[in-house]
Design a protein around this ligand. Structure first.
Ligand code: SAM
Length: 369
């Protein structure tokens, strides 16, 4: 005999079962038929219904995902296992496949990029024209920094020779990941471009130019072979490009680094300045300073704190340091103006954005690498 209590429990259980099956009957016309579109257009009467439908949809998708694909005859298509070569990790294989795909679509990608650049140029021209019409006073030019100004290209023959040599030390291939190598190659390209837009000429040598960096250039920037103003010196170490056995000549070489207390004031003709060709988000602190010390090369940092205030630490990107050296000549030896011209405005402390050469004592610094 059932007691009244038993009957109540049984009734509740029965009710809940019935409720769930009715909800299921109502919505479950087949997971694959239930798209997010009809979910959105469905007349959901209450939040409860809404949530249930949502659950159902996501479960439906999960189910659909789980069910194996079928061919036209209804046969199950077996998913093929990736053909990972022996001894290669799946991750590495995926990376190789991506690279291969990139290679295959390279021309199309370049074409699209070219198109986009052309459109951007057009838009920029249009904007400058509009700005010129609206504000034709000379102040507007002064307010813009050189990133926004129309830049003129100069031939090597037209450029004034400074007698300064910049040597980019690219002997850090093994310390960078693939993306960082790509970033460095772009920075070198930017440095080349910056040099072409200067009235002054600084000799730019890239060494050692080998391993993944060279590979990257060969694959993605093959036109570098025609850059007559940049010397790509293959070699296998920085030392190969230096007069290591001539102490007098070695005195005329300075390794630029943020990790020193010596501050540079001027760039001298007949002098070589080395810039570390590395993108490391400053993972490797003192790397270049230690290397210079080991090779017996003097070190110096740019006088950032003296002339401008910038947000953060003062480790700059390789291309920025090169551009700064160029701009120092372009601005008639005015560091403050050079910093303001090269560093992105967001990195500059508001107070320092006027090009006053008043020395600042702030040691705040920024990591623009
Ligand atoms: C991204 S930084 C490399 C940082 C690296 N951890 C190091 O040990 O130098 C690239 C290069 O730019 C130059 N550089 C960056 N900030 C500088 C600064 N404040 N003064 C002088 N050179 C700087 C250095 O030659 C440096 O090697």
């Amino acid at each position: 005999m059932y007691t009244l209590n038993n009957l109540v429990v049984f009734w509740n259980h029965y009710k809940s079962q019935k409720f769930f099956s009715s909800v299921k009957d109502h919505f479950c016309t087949g997971a694959s038929e239930f798209t997010s579109q009809n979910y959105r257009t469905m007349d959901t009467t209450s939040k409860g219904d809404h949530e249930e439908v949502k659950d159902h949809v996501s479960n439906g998708h999960a189910d659909a995902k789980r069910s194996a694909p079928q061919d036209s005859s209804g046969e199950e298509i077996k998913r093929q296992k990736p053909n990972v070569p022996e001894g290669m990790s799946k991750r590495e294989w995926k990376r190789q496949m991506k690279k291969q795909k990139r290679e295959e679509t390279k021309d199309e990608y370049r074409q699209k990029k070219k198109e986009k650049r052309k459109q951007a140029r057009e838009r920029r021209k249009e904007r400058i024209r509009e700005e010129g019409d609206a504000n034709s006073n000379a102040d507007s030019d002064e307010a813009r920094n050189h990133h926004q100004q129309k830049r003129i290209k100069y031939n090597y023959e037209e450029q004034k020779k400074t007698g300064v040599r910049i040597l980019m030390d690219c002997g850090f291939d093994d310390l960078m990941n693939e993306r960082e190598i790509v970033s460095l190659s772009c920075q070198i390209a930017r440095a080349y471009s910056a040099q072409r837009h200067c009235k002054h000429h600084l000799q730019l040598d890239i060494t050692p130019f080998n391993k993944r960096l060279k590979q990257r250039f060969d694959e993605a920037i093959p036109q570098y072979n025609k850059w007559s103003t940049v010397n790509f010196i293959e070699g296998d170490s920085l030392e190969n490009a230096l007069p290591m056995d001539d102490p007098e000549s070695m005195k005329k070489i300075t390794y630029l680094t943020a990790d020193t207390d010596n501050e540079i004031e001027e760039l001298e003709a007949g002098h070589t300045y080395i810039i570390g060709g590395i993108v490391d988000k400053n993972r490797h602190k003192n790397l270049c300073a230690d290397k210079a010390k080991e090779l017996g090369i003097n070190t110096a940092r740019l006088p950032i704190g003296k002339y401008i205030k910038i947000n953060g630490r003062s480790v700059l990107a390789t291309s920025h340091v090169f551009e700064l050296c160029c701009q120092w000549f372009e601005t008639n030896h005015d560091w403050a103006e050079a910093f303001n011209a090269v560093l992105p405005p967001r990195k500059l402390h508001a107070a320092s954005q006027t090009s006053s050469a008043q020395p600042e004592t702030s040691e705040e610094a920024t990591d623009l690498s």
